[in-house]
Design a protein around this ligand. Structure first.
Ligand code: G6P
Length: 614
């Protein structure tokens, strides 16, 4: 969950590292720090509790410089967020510094052992044991790489590290153990970069190498050398990342989340482009290389995902079952391995993950693989673990998503699920001829439909002004729009800290109806489809109990105006694609309410963009 950046080259490393950390703040923002080898060969460390701005203040007061540095932005797991626990951590002598992402599961035992050897600890973190371990091996005369290798054989748990040693000032040593989030080496000219996420270094290079589990990289300004932890050389391939650096910048928007909401007409166009073959009733999906007969013999799809991606999966169930007639189960990544799922050779475990590094989703994928399933994924980050371990994948074309609350990756995954359903439908012959043509062509409407919602984006400010002081919200949806009620509620609670619940509309009378009074707004997704009349009856039931109704209704539906207190509008969309359009007003509503409440939209408290610890 923490963010890591490293630099070695000919420039001053400090601005590069700080800029990388700025771009990684979505990873964690409890504290930040950096370590640099100063020209006189000592390691200088600057750390501060709080957001990156606090570290910048420290560096303004006590400047440092050098050509090789590591930086960290923390999401606390062990030890409260304070300066003492901020990374980088150094051992007792200050000979090395380390930044870490992940959890060292046996750190208590190691700490006890190291303390018994007389090593004094300065923090409560698990990370500090590694600093002491490495330092101990250096004292025995090992070089940095060997010391790191020795230290890492003694620790348990998934982690990613980058080390600096004052005695080897030309190199960074990076290592990855298990699924603790990515570690990427960026290749420049006489300068190399390291980062936990691509956007941190995208401005400098698009040529990247991804470290695999149990690999170690020695990175000097001339390039990286990769090895397994046991010392065999690895020939890693360099990937060219298709993302444009501008796409990872906030531009004129106030928040990344706002920018990403408004980018959706574009990201949906990119998702469809070259894949939906309009007028031909066909879909081409590049990375989805299925074995001969795999689609036809598919017996079940099990979707595993977390957070918003899991809600996208619930929508995907409707799409895949309706179009490809394949049974679909949807499971939280964090729950899947705690039952004994029934998986056959003809089951596909489909992971949906923006980052491709969510530890629970990855664990669910491993569980699926262990039981003999085929592994598919819908993933945004190229080179991420989920991307690498899947046998078939669809790369979302959302571009970098920086806002902690997912928006454009959510809609991109819905469109990808629809594309996948069409692809399978064609192979399984569950849709043919005119029907298939119509289903493919429907995708062509989406950018305009989403664009029409965004054209009215400013109107949400007024409604937010009326609702921002409410403390509870209920969201109701039915059928394929029930997951959109869940997502709408999640968006609101994530960024505005208002308690919000999503509920299947028909279940309201089995509990939530008891909560309804004039203080609790009920957001009802009542766009025109086959459950419209039933949704109107929910509106009536809420009104009959004095509730406040915010209805999401189809453009031109005037009948609802007299029934609801506030009406949000969405254009009429093809039923299976309506979630893609309907979620956008709910994103805008949540965003505007959070801004009105003065919340930090891009860095909501306690959350992290990429959850790489269990
Ligand atoms: C975190 C983020 C969510 C995201 C979820 C799954 O909780 O805050 O926005 O939906 O992780 O992330 P993934 O990268 O797997 O889609």
């Amino acid at each position: 969950m923490c963010g890591i950046v490293g630099y070695v080259g000919t420039r001053d490393a400090i601005p590069v590292v700080l800029d990388g950390l700025k771009r990684l703040e979505y990873r964690g923002y409890d504290s930040a720090g950096l370590a640099v080898i100063e020209r006189e060969g000592t390691i200088a460390v600057r750390r501060q509790a709080g957001k990156l701005e606090a570290l910048l203040d420290v560096i303004r007061r006590e400047p440092v410089s050098g050509n090789i540095a590591i930086g960290h932005t923390r999401w606390a797991t062990h030890g409260e967020p304070c300066q003492r626990n901020a990374h980088p951590h150094v051992g007792a002598t200050g000979a090395i510094a380390v930044v870490h992402n992940g959890i060292i599961e046996n750190f208590r035992a190691l700490r006890k052992l190291l303390k018994a050897q007389g090593r004094a600890f300065n923090s409560e973190t698990d990370t500090e044991v590694v600093a002491h371990l490495v330092e101990g091996f250096l004292e025995e005369g090992f070089d940095l790489v060997t010391a790191v290798r020795e230290a890492l054989t003694r620790i348990k748990g998934a982690s990613a590290f980058v080390f600096l040693s004052k005695d080897e000032p030309d190199r960074l040593v990076a290592a990855r153990l298990g699924n603790a989030g990515g570690l990427t080496v960026g290749i420049g000219e006489e300068e190399m970069f390291l980062a936990s996420d691509i956007p941190a270094i995208l401005e400098h290079t698009r040529d990247m190498i991804f470290l695999e589990d149990r690999q170690l990289a020695i990175v000097t300004r001339d390039g990286p050398e990769l090895f397994t932890l046991s010392g065999e050389k690895v020939n890693a391939s360099v990937h060219s990342i298709p993302w444009d650096p501008v796409s990872a910048a906030k531009g004129t928007y106030r928040h990344f989340m706002q920018k990403e909401i408004y980018e959706q007409a574009r990201s949906i166009t990119d998702t469809i482009r070259g894949r939906a073959q309009f007028g031909r009733g066909r879909v081409r999906l590049e990375g989805l290389r299925l074995a001969r007969g795999e689609a036809e013999s598919l017996e079940k799809v099990v979707i595993v995902a977390c957070g918003s991606a899991a809600y996208a999966g619930l929508v995907g169930k409707f799409m895949l079952e309706a179009l490809a007639r394949v049974p679909v189960e949807v499971d939280y990544g964090s729950e899947f391995r705690y039952r004994d799922p029934i998986i056959s050779r003809n089951t596909a475990v489909l992971a949906i993950t923006q980052s491709g590094e969510t530890v629970d989703t990855l664990a669910a994928m491993e569980e699926g693989r262990g039981k003999g399933a085929r592994l598919w994924s819908i993933v945004n980050v190229m080179g991420s673990q989920a991307h690498r371990i899947s046998e078939a994948h669809i790369l979302m074309q959302a571009g970098p998503e920086i806002g902690v609350a997912s928006t454009k990756a959510f809609t991109a995954s819905l469109v990808d699920l629809y594309l996948l359903a069409l692809y399978l439908a064609e192979k399984r012959k569950t849709l043919e001829g005119e029907q298939l043509h119509r289903a493919v062509d429907a995708l062509g409407l989406l950018p305009d439909l989403v664009g029409r919602v965004l054209d009215h984006g400013d109107e949400y400010t007024q409604l937010a002004h009326r609702l921002y002081e409410r403390e509870h919200f209920l969201y109701l949806g039915r059928g394929i729009n029930y997951p959109i009620a869940l997502e709408g509620a999640l968006k609101l609670k994530e960024i505005s800290y208002i308690h919000a619940e999503g509920y299947p509309a028909g279940e309201m009378k089995h509990g939530p109806i008891a909560l309804i009074d004039e203080a609790m707004p009920v957001v009802v997704i009542a766009t025109q489809d086959h459950v419209y009349d039933k949704m109107i009856s929910q509106v009536e039931q809420v009104k009959a109990r004095g509730g406040v109704v915010v209805a999401l209704a189809t453009e031109g539906d005037e009948a609802i105006t007299g029934k609801a207190d506030h009406v949000l509008r969405a254009p009429q969309a093809p039923p299976l694609l309506s979630p893609v359009v309907n979620v956008v007003p709910l994103q805008l509503l949540a965003y505007r309410i959070a801004v009105r409440r003065g919340c930090d939209v891009d860095q909501p408290r306690n959350l992290a963009k990429s959850v790489t610890v269990e």
